[in-house]
Design a protein around this ligand. Sequence first.
Ligand SMILES: Nc1ncnc2c1ncn2[C@@H]1O[C@H](COP(=O)(O)OP(=O)(O)OP(=O)(O)O)[C@@H](O)[C@H]1O
Length: 452
Amino acid sequence: MDIKVRRDLMTRISETNYENFHHFPEATYTSWLTNDVNTINDYGFSMFFFVTNQIANIVLSIFSLLTFHYSLLITVAVLTGIMLLAPKLFTRRLNQRSVAQTKMNEELTKQVTDVLEGFNSLFTLGLPKTIQTKTLASSQKLADARIDYAKTAGSMSATVNIVSLLSQIAVLVHAALLFMAHLIPAGAVSNASYFASTIFTSLTGATANIAEMSAVQPIFDKYEQLPINTDDQKCQSVTPLENQIAIQNLNFAYDQQQPVLQNFSWRIQKNKKYALVGDSGSGKSTILNLLVGQLTHYSGQIRYDGQDYQRLDLQSLRRQISFLEQSPHVFNASLRENILLGREITESQLRAIIERAGLNQLIAKLPQGLDSILTHNGQDLSGGQKQRISLVRGLVNGAEIMLLDEATTSLDQRASDDIEQNLLDDPQLTLVIVTHHLHETIAAQLHQVLQI
Ligand SMILES: Nc1ncnc2c1ncn2[C@@H]1O[C@H](COP(=O)(O)OP(=O)(O)OP(=O)(O)O)[C@@H](O)[C@H]1O
């Protein structure tokens, strides 16, 4: 069941779009997939098994009581109704406490992840103690949320227990009256008391457990906040570029108060080479993100061979465009897996691409070559080596449009120029380079250098 919950959640994550995914920090997803799944186990699935057991006890005891006198069943039925209503007084509060608890779990995971990722910065500034102070507050908030939940669950349990006790006394009195009226034998009075105790004790447990079980529903509701992207399925699949990508009168803002691009127009023609330059924060990366269909909330138009981006299947668009970031993520897997990422090419094609991106030196240094395992986020690689891996990934795609977002900045000038020259020499390639260090010889070969 854990596997199914996680699989459904990962399906949701993998099928959402770029903007929806980044609506939450990664740590929130970590919390969903770990803390929340544990909560679903502890309060959801485990309770379900208890409740099944308790309901079996109740049903069998009711049958036994029925053999003494039918009227006992009526008393039990009325009291059961009252017992089932008692926890309803607490359901809303319990749900709220459950949500608060999962939110605090998310907050703690977020803080812990954030501060541990910043370990190097804090350490070099001589501030390692900040790790404690930054996480203690969220840890305390989580503890408070857990106590609040326990208090509500405890109050509910106490109320149901009192109703249960009164109900057991009521059945005993009823049985005693039946005995006095000579309707049941004396032994049935003590047995009725025993079965009443079984019924109401099991009911006490079952009602509290059902309430706790339902308190995990808000977690599933929370998962629904991550919408699955269904737009692409309705749209047109993208084929290799024949003519041009045209941006027309485009306006874009991450935050409505601060527009990044205003009335921006630009054309990228097939097989031509471009550079985007400009001050830091001027919007160069944003333009690439728009071109690759990652940012979709803009006004104006982007057209791919005349077709509006809004009508295109953006997944298939991304198969036509290789987008190379400045700091690519390196997975904790072999170098080969890091390059292929599930795609298939022949060994000779792979070797040729590695040669082209200048990754040979790194492979020669690694103990198992291409099959050496890299650490999480490539902590044992240099920035330049990571960028070469990213370039190989892009070339494996075989896409004829390539967008480089300062993708060679960690390499020395010569290596960076070599790679850029290699891409410029490819007549099939449509190339856009975002850079702060445009070498004159490279600039001279470009179709256009656009200043943002
Ligand atoms: N995800 C984001 N959310 C909010 N604002 C953002 C986001 N990404 C970028 N911005 C803002 O948008 C503006 C343009 O950013 P962008 O990264 O496109 O600039 P850039 O020209 O590529 O900068 P640099 O040369 O430093 O990489 C900046 O003011 C930046 O703060």
